[in-house]
Design a protein around this ligand. Sequence first.
Ligand SMILES: Cc1cc2nc3c(=O)[nH]c(=O)nc-3n(C[C@H](O)[C@H](O)[C@H](O)COP(=O)(O)O)c2cc1C
Length: 329
Amino acid sequence: MDLTTNYLGLRLKNPLVAGASPVSRDIGMVRQLEDSGIAAVVVHSVFQEQIEHEAMRADHFDEFGAESHAEAITYTPRSTASAYGPDQYVEHVRRIKEAVDIPVLASLNGTTTGGWTTIARSLQDAGADGLELNVYQLATEQYQSAEDVENQYIDILEAVRESVNIPVALKLSPYFSSLSHFATRLDRAGVDGLVLFNRFYQPDIDLDNLDVVPNLTLSAPHEMRLPLRWIAILDPIVEASLAATTGIYTWSDVLKLLMVGADVTMLCATVLRNGPNAVVEILTGMQSWMEEHEYESVHQMQGSMNHRTCAAPAAFERANYIEALQEFS
Ligand SMILES: Cc1cc2nc3c(=O)[nH]c(=O)nc-3n(C[C@H](O)[C@H](O)[C@H](O)COP(=O)(O)O)c2cc1C
């Protein structure tokens, strides 16, 4: 059975990729993921703030990730982020590359153009097979239009693309007013892949201390339906590779996402909760389903159930919405 897929021009042995997470801080864990069958790994992000101010607050991000879920603690190494300046990050990517045979993608996380994007070149020199750009930003500026926000993404993409010749993917939020239009713009600007979607971590209010507190809750399985819908819509209209991320826990999630057109599926929460064995279980389940249903390759199912066959996608989505409301009892 042929499980290979193509992502960002890289040939992967199967469509399972370890998404950016603190798991990649531990090179031993990355090796274990490779042994379990993962086809590529995205290293946790280096942040613009880290690069611009060296020893900044990035430790804060995975500290609360590690502590907020009992299940996450086992597989989430204690934070060493404060020890991670940009040089250490580049060195870490180099060491991961030396330790494994699978493709390694580095992750750049920032919101504006500027000197910080020059790290892209160092990551390429360190052996990164590709870059994932994560523009994690809430558009809170009252006078910044939707077009201004989109232009910011394009500017960052172009700045990074100018300094490297490895493929560059962009991790997007689902909150664009016209995602199909924006994805097409990114496609034309030469993005190699879209990673759908970034999860926004909604803060909470601590009533005892009257304080706003960060709160990282791991995704729930039903959340994979958001990338499922959008990959079904975008696959027929963009050239870029499509990666699904959020709420992917089981082999059936992976098969559904492939059917709507995903090139790869990224695993994060399930690896944090269940460790590398999650990969083994998904691969085994996928293969037995494919065997039973006489699929010979992943390629055969990719995009077999998406909007390509739908003449009026907006009407189709609206009809489904009305039906869902009316059939509820
Ligand atoms: C503890 C934790 C740390 C993460 N760190 C990063 C990161 O450094 N860069 C990034 O782009 N995404 C990061 N993510 C987001 C994941 O890559 C992924 O997109 C998101 O968790 C949704 O996938 P999931 O439902 O499988 O967890 C992180 C997620 C978690 C839970």
